[in-house]
Ligand binder design. Sequence first.
Ligand code: ZN
Length: 477
Amino acid sequence: MSVELEAIIGLEVHAQMNTKTKMFCGCDNDAFGKEPNTTVCPICMGHPGTLPVPNAEAVAKAVKASLAIGCTVNAASHFDRKHYFYPDLPAGYQISQYDFPLASKGEVTYELGGEEKVCRITRLHMENDAGKLSHRGSLTLCDYNRAGTPLMEIVTEPDLRNADEAVAFAEALRRILIAVGASDADMFKGMMRFDASISLREKGTQKLNPRSEIKNLNSFKALERALIYEENRLRELWNEQKGPPKGDITVGWMDDEGRTRLLRDKESATDYRYFPEPDIPPLQFKKEEIEAIRKTLPKMPAQLKADYRALGLTDAEAAMLTDQTALRKRFDAVHAVTKDGKKASSLVLTQLMGFLKEAGKDVAQGPSTAHLVDLASAIASGQISGNAAKDVLEKMVTTGKAPKDIIAAEGMQQISDTGAIEKLVDEAIAANPKAIESYKAGKAAALGAIVGFVMKQSKGQANPKIVNDILLRKIGS
Ligand SMILES: [Zn+2]
């Protein structure tokens, strides 16, 4: 009889912080697309005799992120040197936090298949990123622009049970880090990376067996594929040797080959020779300081999503707004005018997004928030009809012009002048005696033909509500 096994998964998440300068020096922290080795200085190049100074903005943002994932920010924490020798690390050690991290013991609630789940957080600590190596044949090129970028390392408890849970948790964490403004977490730019550890045990037991640590997962897809691969490998191994592996191993994920490869086993585990960083004083926080930062936390993604659902938006629409700040800003401003979630979502999420897609533009390249608010106001005040608004919006997307200019240039103003409409209605009545007869004989639908006639004569610009009112008054309902 075979035993039932379950996977025990924990993650280490590295998120680059979106500070102006690097973790311990004044170098530009935005290295993306820059010429190699141009945003460096003697401090982030690890030259002897230089003095690292912690970046106050990075510390404040890491505190915010810690609070957002429910962690306790420790009253005292300090930096340590973590030694390893590899060409991407110019100083020969990374400045990290070992036994006294910035924050401990939190939890993140995430959603999977409509169910709420919780993953506990062990700790959050700060450290600096290493440089980037590119291997070209027998050459290795070193770019140290990234060396010294502030990182948050977030370590979870082994609370995840499969690849789907790991991905759903990581996505929820990413949303939180973006929401508090601590990281841009752009996966394409490698701003968020994962190491995952996985082991198997017999269901119902509590023992933690030797595990595989999978290094360098740079996308949600890689995280998912690597965990599925490694779980299957461990299950096959269990069946062969009737039990778990003998010791921990570290493996690397080979994305192209779709498999993991052994990097080192327990015997060759690295000794980082941690010791307290002598050049940086310990970090200390007063309770009041932490509480003051807590008050600046924005609405968390889960709450945002629930609020949008309450406006009558679908799950997909609410998720879209939660994830896309620029879109959310536009929706919120339009909603403030329409005071109606469905109307705002029709204008912003259906029409605007549709026209942007057709034009191959993203939200930032489309109409500004102010222009969208002007358009929503023109609809709300009856200046233009809903149908005309659609045309205006399309032109706003393609030309970038203000709605008032488009409305004026195209003569799209809705006719709400009762005198003008009355004249059109009289003409319609005179031209459609048969419809009037059927209406008077009790066919209410006949009225539509007359309204349609007026709309056609006015090129769609007559206010349909006023047309209806005047018509009813004239033919005596
Ligand atoms: Zn520097």
